[in-house]
Design a protein around this ligand. Structure first.
Ligand code: SAM
Length: 292
């Protein structure tokens, strides 16, 4: 197999495979796999994890991009009762239309980590939980807390929609061939109902404030390119909603009033939590789809 092309590092240590399953019932009651569950697996590879998941649920939907790997998984269940419980979708997970599923369990190719997370979070109906293996650094950024070194746009965007926990570290030696990086398993449990904010607006704010995470919000908003974009967004919003701007309207003054009234002017993204960022994005219509 061309392992580099598809990120194919097969999980050899059965304890980790068991661990991935076991973390569900062990650590979060709501997430424990039920016999009635439909489980999504992304990149089943040769099916080491798939066969274990199949023992514990009603159905597995597995999305595999490499047809040779897909036929390996198929062979493993051929003629067994599990065969009926496995639905295999051959194709790119990022582009695939997903059917209904309750839970996602996956040792995924790390090159699709970010699209995977956001595809799972935007899936409807909202899934119960996802237990996922990622590159250690990516996993730690998902779980990072405000004020820590790893707190970033990714942490805030994901934690807006989900509770994320670091479950365990998995060393390189557990894979064949060993990857270059260390791995970690995280559990991501979407908030249900989701917060009432448009993701594009929240992410628009985060792009601005995390690009200079140790600078004040005032400095971020007043940076040249940013201020022009915010002004353009605000004026578009005014014309769309019929709000008339006074003659001589001064956008810099307008922004300054917002920052002073809200008290956010001296804050820094590095230390703002999701609740602060939510308050900040809800202040004024500055972060539309076209923002930044
Ligand atoms: N889950 C298996 C295991 O734990 O042993 C294999 C994991 S391997 C890291 C990743 C698998 O994802 C490979 O089988 C690879 O072919 C598949 N893959 C890579 N990119 C993919 C994509 N975009 N969509 C679906 N599968 C993909």
């Amino acid at each position: 197999f061309d392992t580099a092309k598809f990120g194919q590092h097969i999980l050899m240590n059965p304890l980790v495979a068991q661990g991935l399953n076991a973390t569900l019932p062990l650590t979060m009651q709501q997430a424990n796999l039920k016999q009635t569950d439909v489980v999504l697996e992304v990149g089943p590879g040769t099916g080491n994890l798939t066969v274990r998941i199949l023992e514990q649920c009603r159905k597995v939907v597995a999305v595999e991009m490499d047809p040779r790997m897909a036929s390996e998984v198929t062979k493993r269940v051929l003629g067994k009762p599990e065969q009926r419980k496995l639905e295999l979708i051959i194709g790119d997970f990022v582009k695939a239309d997903l059917p209904y599923f309750d839970v996602c369990i996956s040792n995924t190719p790390y090159q699709i980590s970010s699209p995977l997370v956001f595809k799972l979070l935007s899936h409807r109906p909202i899934i119960r939980t996802a237990v996922l293996m990622f590159q250690r650094e990516f996993a730690l950024r998902l779980c990072a807390t405000p004020g820590s070194n790893l707190w970033c746009r990714l942490s805030a965007n994901v934690q807006l929609f989900a509770t994320v926990e670091h479950i365990m570290k998995v060393g390189k030696a557990n894979f064949r061939p060993p990857p270059l990086v260390e791995s970690s398993v995280v559990r991501m449990s979407p908030k249900n109902p989701p917060p009432a904010v448009r993701f594009e607006e929240f992410d628009g704010l985060n792009r601005v404030v995390f690009s200079r995470r140790n600078k004040t919000i005032r400095a971020c908003f007043q940076a040249k390119g940013v201020k022009d974009l915010l002004e353009a967004n605000y004026k578009t919003w005014c014309s769309e909603t019929g709000k008339l701007l006074e003659d001589g309207f001064d956008f810099s003054q307008y922004i300054e009033t917002i920052l002073v009234d809200s008290g956010f002017g001296e804050n820094r993204a590095a230390k703002m939590d999701v609740a602060d960022l939510l308050k900040c994005v809800r202040l004024y219509p500055l972060f539309g789809d076209k923002a930044c």
